[in-house]
Design a protein around this ligand. Sequence first.
Ligand code: HAM
Length: 449
Amino acid sequence: MVSSIVSFPSPFLMSSPRFQAPKGVHDILPDEHLYFTFIKKVVRHRCREAGFRRISTPIFENVEVFARGIGDSTDIVEKEMFAFETKGGDKVALKPEGTAGVVRAYIEHGMHMWPQPVELYYIEPHFRYDRPQKGRFRQFHQFGFEVLGESDPALDAQVIALAHKINLDLGIADRLTLQINTIGCPNCRKKYREDLINYYTGKERSLCENCQGRLLRNPLRLLDCKEEDCQILASMAPKFENAIDEECKEHYALLKEYLTELKIPFVENSHLVRGLDYYTRTVFEFWSKSEGAQNATGGGGRYDGLVELMGGQSTPAIGYAAGIERTIDYMKEAGIRPPNKDTVHVFLAQLGHIAKKRSLTLLNALRERGINAVGSMGKDSIKSQMHVADRHKAQYALIMGQIEVQEDTIILRNMTKGSQEILPYEGIVDVVAEKIGVKKFDKRKLWEE
Ligand code: HAM
């Protein structure tokens, strides 16, 4: 998969520009924004439809929110946080993910008093000091949703269904497989941790350096290591089904039943554990059919202990987040082009002082009528203004020179056919609106959304 986000220097530049975006971050250029806008629209529509409301948490939080929320010994907290001290001495970090901040906000704003469950969604930038590579950036965007206050597995199925529906809308669902697993509750996991530590003890030398370090802190992570030797050992490791308690088993069985009822295909993957410490019971990810876990578009799970861990009342919860850049890569691979609403309907060319003055009001009138209009305000010749109109791919050009001003007319040029006609200046906005087929822009519509 070729990541389209990486931009190459313009061929017109003789040498590399003096300033470039820092390593691992990128500009989102207008063509890329077509995808971002489309994804945002789909997410907003599907989330609203399901009763979710939007939340934004700050770009940075006290470092403790993430250390406690995500887990001190996770890669994200240990190695990947952009953490710094403010001039006032506060230790803060750019948010590496959305869940911990949402939980902090849930507690801080007393959302346990709101009708439960509280359903929130977000579309935000996140930051991880990752090694930049295909689909992996230091600033990236996620859309995600969190449901707090309900423990029923039917909700797990609904969150997964929402993620699946968004993948369908974006045209990428058939490129992905849904991987699911249960990692149980802290009780059954305690027993399983012991089983795993016993199994791996004495085999440390066959493990990669990362896994050697994780063995005592977080042995479950050894199961999803991508190193070949670690995978061989993991394939023979004790199975969680021997440690899981009855309630967790029932929760997982019901989830599978509900997913089947919803006709959402899934693959059970007993090695899926996720890289954040807050998960309990259900975990899931959407993997690429061609690349496996390497570039999951999104993942999530239940985190029934997190609200309490962060100082709130015991509150079950579940959520999901997807990477927008990765989603765009999959959309491009599938040949999906989102609609381009940035088209220029009319380019207005003018020559002379009075024509320029008129074009100011005419541009306003065109835009008020819902016509996308761009005007040339410089002193260029009509010919070079027409070149600019071509570069904008304008459907029509309106041309107003000294003669037209004197005769109260204006030239309307069809840029595709190359034909043109001279029309009265008065009423030109209606004529253009009719040709383009735009409806009158009604400001009240903004309030009706
Ligand atoms: P996560 O699996 O760490 O989960 O991230 C979710 C998605 O964000 C990934 O599947 C990937 O698409 C994208 N992503 C992560 N890191 C990067 C990166 N460095 N560059 C580009 N994309 C990236 C979470 O963040 C959890 N908060 C999800 C969740 C919500 N669980 C419960 N609620």
